[in-house]
Design a binder for this molecule. Structure first.
Ligand SMILES: [Zn+2]
Length: 87
């Protein structure tokens, strides 16, 4: 597992989210599974709302939408990200 650092903003992460491209590690293998990301308290709701997409796509969209979090709310950022990603 990677250390608990948010995939979007590099702040301390609080939870992991598994995305559409999640692939668990085979038994006995160490490392970080593909499609599983750590997220901070500001980005975990957006990541969960968009979990049916690939992690790379969601992280890119949430990074772009983070500007909205600064001036608005997490809900607004998630709505903007959902529109952007096409869901
Ligand atoms: Zn974050």
């Amino acid at each position: 597992m990677r250390p608990p650092i948010c995939e979007v903003c590099r702040r301390k992460a609080v939870a992991t989210v598994a995305f559409a491209d999640y692939e668990p590690l085979p038994d006995g293998m160490v490392g970080h599974p593909r499609g599983l990301g750590w997220f901070c308290r500001w980005h975990v709701a957006g990541a969960r709302a968009l979990r049916r997409h690939s992690m790379g796509r969601v992280v890119g969209v949430l990074r772009a939408a983070s500007v909205i979090v600064v001036v608005g709310s997490t809900v607004a950022a998630v709505a903007a990200a959902a529109l952007w990603i096409g869901s």
